[in-house]
Design a protein around this ligand. Structure first.
Ligand code: IPM
Ligand code: MN
Length: 352
């Protein structure tokens, strides 16, 4: 029997609770579809940092690198300085493992969960391909004359041709696998002229994909379009910071942060899977966070691990749970472990 070695960083806030449900579903899928899960849990996060001052020691980082996949709960806690652990754990994994693709599907499964009037599953089915290793995220901030009335703070937005080309190409390939085969570039090249690199690279790469139709939206107009006519969008490719912002908006279209999942990939080499939501520290330990986002991340992990049947079954179980069993996606409408139970029931009921 095949064993998948998973490095698990449950992290802060509700991370451990939602990861527990994700692993339950993963193990159940393994029992049903014939693979074993060897999960190694790492304690990193704010509590560990408060106790030991360790963020993510090199030895552990080297070990995590060798796993078949990484599952991350959430990082972020008001007891730590802003950004220290987010950048030291999530950021380090994304940047040092060169996980340049951040895939964020936005798929509405039930009209009840969409805040837009008159929109249903036939209108909301997008895939955001977010660049994950460049942009303002990886540039050093500068604070000149800090604390004085003349203070100047800056942090550059930086894009390389190689970094731009590989994400644009990945997005064209992804668009090719979809029914509509439509790819929209989202940028702000009219104001941030450095993003002219995206404009040019997108036009060049498009020539190699005559079967994919293309479009372009400035990020402000893209926000408007996502609300006004989400059905006009299929695959979106965008820069790191804009991708971060528009995928929270996208999460709301599919039912909120409780259901949105993401895959951070270096195709062919490494994958890290996580919810789009943060650590939700106010809800920690209360058994009220929705684990569906993490379970959907596990579903993406199964695709990555080439467990196609198991992935399809978990996808079906998520759809059944959301459409038939969950009365509401409001926090606390169902308990975290209760939703895990529903998922396991539905998984067992998926016909082979
Ligand atoms: C996300 C998160 C991170 C990001 C934070 C925690 C640094 O918001 O994965 O979307 O901005 O990328
Ligand atoms: Mn975000």
């Amino acid at each position: 029997m095949k064993t998948h070695r998973i490095a698990v960083i449950a992290g802060d806030g509700v991370g451990p609770e939602v990861v527990e449900q994700g692993l339950r579903v993963m193990r159940a899928a393994g029992e049903r579809f014939g693979f074993a899960v060897a999960a190694t849990e790492y304690p990193f996060g704010t509590a560990h940092w408060l106790e030991t001052e360790e963020i993510f020691p090199d030895a552990a980082f080297e070990e995590v690198k060798t796993a078949d996949a990484i599952l991350l709960g959430a990082i972020g806690d008001p007891r730590a300085p802003i950004g220290l652990l987010e950048r030291g754990i999530i950021g380090r994994l994304r940047w040092d493992l060169d996980l340049f693709v951040n895939l964020r599907p936005i798929k509405l499964l039930d009209a009840r969960f969409c805040p837009l009037k008159g929109k249903g599953p036939e209108h909301v089915d997008m895939l955001v391909v977010r660049e994950n290793t460049e942009d303002a995220y990886v540039q050093k901030p500068s604070f000149e004359a800090q604390g004085t009335e003349n203070e100047v703070a800056s942090q550059a937005m930086l894009y390389t041709r190689k970094g731009t080309e590989r994400i644009v190409r990945y997005a064209f390939e992804a668009a090719r696998t979809r029914r509509r085969k439509h790819l929209t570039l989202v940028d702000k090249a009219n104001a941030v002229r450095a993003q002219d690199l995206y404009t040019r690279v997108f036009a060049e790469v498009a020539k190699e994909y005559p079967d994919v139709s293309t479009g372009h939206l400035y990020v402000d107009a893209a926000c408007m379009r996502m609300l006004e006519a989400p059905e006009s969008l299929d695959v979106i490719v965008t820069t790191n910071l804009f991708g971060d912002i528009i995928t929270d908006l996208g999460a709301m279209l599919q039912g909120g942060m409780g259901v949105a999942a993401s895959a951070n990939l270096h195709p062919g080499q490494r994958g890290l899977f996580e919810s789009v939501h943060g650590s939700f520290p106010q809800a920690a330990g209360k058994n009220v966070a929705n684990p569906v986002a993490t379970i959907a991340a596990v579903q993406m992990m199964l695709v990555w691990l080439k467990e196609a049947e198991a992935a399809a079954a978990v996808e079906a179980a998520i759809a059944q749970t959301l459409t038939r069993r969950m009365t509401s996606l409001a926090v606390g409408a169902h308990r975290t472990d209760e939703i895990g139970d529903m998922l396991l029931d539905e998984l067992a009921a998926v016909p082979v």
